[in-house]
Design a protein around this ligand. Sequence first.
Ligand code: NG6
Ligand code: CA
Length: 542
Amino acid sequence: MDLSLDFLIIVVKYAFLKRKKMKNIFIGRRFSLKASCILFTCLLIFCSCGTKKVNQEKKLTTNTRPNVILFYVDDLGYGDVGVYGAKGVKTPHLDALAKNGVMFTDAHCAAATCTPSRYSLLTGNYAFRRKAAVLKGDAPLLIDTASQTLPKVFQAAGYKTAVVGKWHLGLGYGDIDWNKHITPGPNEVGFDYSFLLPATGDRVPTVFVENGWVVNADPNDPIKVSYSERIDERPLGNERPDLLKQIADPQHSNTIVNGMSRIGYMTGGKSALWVDEDFPFIFTDKSKQFINESKDQPFFLFYSFHDIHVPRMPHDSFKDKSEMGPRGDAIVQVDWVVGQMVDELEKLGLIENTIIIFTSDNGPVLDDGYADQSEELLGAHQPGGIYRGGKYSAFEAGTRVPTIVSWKGEVAPKESNALVTQVDLLASMAKLVEQTVTQEVIDSEDQLAAWLGRSDQGREFMLEEAYTLAIRKGPWKYIRPVGYPTPQWLINKKVDAGLSQEDALYNLDNDPSEEINAAQSEAEIVKEMSEMLQQIVDKTTR
Ligand code: NG6
Ligand code: CA
């Protein structure tokens, strides 16, 4: 019932009954003090009833359509967060998020490297279907613009969508002209707003791209990028180590920007070059701006960190805030950003209408090309927790990543050991916002109940992608053999890649660290799991 209308009727009736007296009060030349008080009180009650109604309506709409923020950290390992057992670094904001939300112990990104993982997250399909691999900085857009995507699911439900931060899914059709509008890109696959670091921090071009335009580009100083040859006379990392903040390996020793040599060659765009140390402030400002502008409608924000990928260059305000040098300080920086964003949601009164998902794109790596002391200062910290492997690896730490889901007032705090994978976020979010998943989305399953901690069931089976495929079911994990020895570059990186020319089978209940290969003694299970894996590979429809 409309309270304000009721009240107005009562006032009018009262006025009618007492019209003589009221007439004296209200129609006199001057209002008496008593009259002014009555009128003021009436107006106040009327207005407050009206506002209350608007708020109630607003709450109703936003409750059925909560905002979603996905914090996607780069290369953050299972053991890199306080509540997941981190040593040598403190993460109070993330710990608080976990304490008030669902903290997953068996949640996975889809693949052990960035591009494949992000491809699956956004398309709901495994990356092997698209032969997705780590992309160069000038690669064409990998996602089909006609396909349903995670942001398109939200758009169809009336959300405003944005991606801020690392992209690494390609842009344009190849042979990009960085001085013109760059399209297709995120805006064509479902993001209303995009502010990007186009590939990785260690790859050229080292410029931001906002809605398809290089930020601060100068037509008189055109940008050129090459991944095959040097294109100007500027010193390279391998020639001028004296100019470098961190020494890099040969692959990361091309064009120097902001005291760091990168992968690839770049010239021009002096006014547009980024300053790595400013990433957290710039991305956070852009994200805050987006949620402020979108607060009156539901929104989906994909906050895609550069941290804690190489080159690790946290801002001076985070220097030595951990005991582990730049890698640990970058984790502190991530924690600070999440704290900032949560504060902003609270300030805007949106915290109870916003689902926060915090996770990572692949497992941890220490030396990924720059001498940043990540190995020397590690101490007792275990980046992958008790799990074997890490980034690039088919062992568990390749894809088992810290994952927290928080929704104040809606999600009950708990620890969940449900088996969940990011490939399912598309179908799970579609369920949340009542959208249909289309046919080209083959692999994404609705696991909303597990993602919100309302079920511990999770997936019956799950694929993990590295440089091979692995499958999880019940206590078992099967890793498909490859037909070649472990490549030298993985050995040089000291990656425990999990690549073998033999079948590998582990019982994770008894052997979570994948030490004992049970393939020989459990031939039946190997057969069953390898057939199941092949069925997934052969699948062509949902
Ligand atoms: C590798 C880079 C590595 C990192 C990785 C991508 C070399 C030797 N190494 O090729 O530094 O950039 O690609 O990381 O070039 S990811 O997290 O984006 O997948
Ligand atoms: Ca990554």
